[in-house]
Design a protein around this ligand. Sequence first.
Ligand SMILES: Nc1nc2c(ncn2[C@@H]2O[C@H](COP(=O)(O)OP(=O)(O)OP(=O)(O)O)[C@@H](O)[C@H]2O)c(=O)[nH]1
Ligand SMILES: [Mg+2]
Length: 334
Amino acid sequence: MAGARIAPSLSERVRAGDSRAVARGITIMEDGGPLASALHAAILPSTGRALTIGFTGPPGAGKSTLVDAFVAALRKSGRTVAVAAVDPSSPLSGGAVLGDRIRMGRHTEDEGVFIRSIASRGHLGGLTESIHHIVDLFDASGRDVVVIETVGAGQSEVEVVDVADIRVVVNAPGLGDDVQAIKAGILEIASILVVNKADLPLAARTVRQLRAMLSLRRDGEKDVPVLETVASTGQGVAELLAAVLALGASAPGDRQARRRARIRRLVAESAATLMRRRTMARRDPALLDLLAQIEAGLISLDEAVAAVISEGTKMPDRISDQTQVAESTHEPAV
Ligand SMILES: Nc1nc2c(ncn2[C@@H]2O[C@H](COP(=O)(O)OP(=O)(O)OP(=O)(O)O)[C@@H](O)[C@H]2O)c(=O)[nH]1
Ligand SMILES: [Mg+2]
């Protein structure tokens, strides 16, 4: 991390809202490593303005169609928006996410809409960390709203969407009996539940099932609105936007708190990624001994974890080699 530098012009151009600089910045963030860290550090002071909204839900629920309609509603309200369409399972941009870009075609001529597909490129930092960086990049570039959309709703998708201030979980009738498609974990992160395809006959039943599931949650949790939409016609989308904006404005002076919460999540995420990487890469006898001791029941897992963390923090990281490469080959281009 130490040593990587970003030419001041790139972060300045991002802050000025230059879309080519933002596009270049996203590539750097996707690649991860020291350049991404340096760029993130340079733009972070300019973040905290944008409202970030994550959309997730089972495949085929209508997320992309809904995001498209939501973006149209945002634009009608005069807000600018950046959309990151994220596919954690795909190693390369393309496939389903590319389809999403085409679906968003009606916004391509609009400078107030920036759309980018993000795929997991298997880099050092991890996808969730990249998403944090990219959301902050969009925020620093002056976009009013940042939308993160995932394909599917597996564990990685839930983690990705958890980066957002407001999380919209999209469902549709008939995707599985008794809303089976809504897996554990996803209900917990939802700020708003949407039953899309409300034009289909079983929509009312799905709404009832979701309300029933919500009522089983521990009390003390905030009420989660359940809204109905027909993304393909735009029905209910204005109400969704109103609900999102109401949540965004619910606590006055909230933006600073949201930004602080986002930084906290980012640090937790990055620390976990770093320790995972170092622990998996370690081959020294001390670690092998530790693993053997856990296996033999000689030490508790908690004790072993404490030892791994304390040793792991002292480890040199291959990142230093990368810094040199990054500096010598990439920096002039930035
Ligand atoms: N009847 C009906 N069909 C809809 C509605 N919204 C979307 N669809 C259709 O449902 C299908 C799936 O929509 P998508 O927007 O691709 O769904 P998705 O959740 O993004 O799907 P993945 O990206 O594959 O996870 C498409 O054929 C849409 O035209 C709706 O409100 N009503
Ligand atoms: Mg989609």
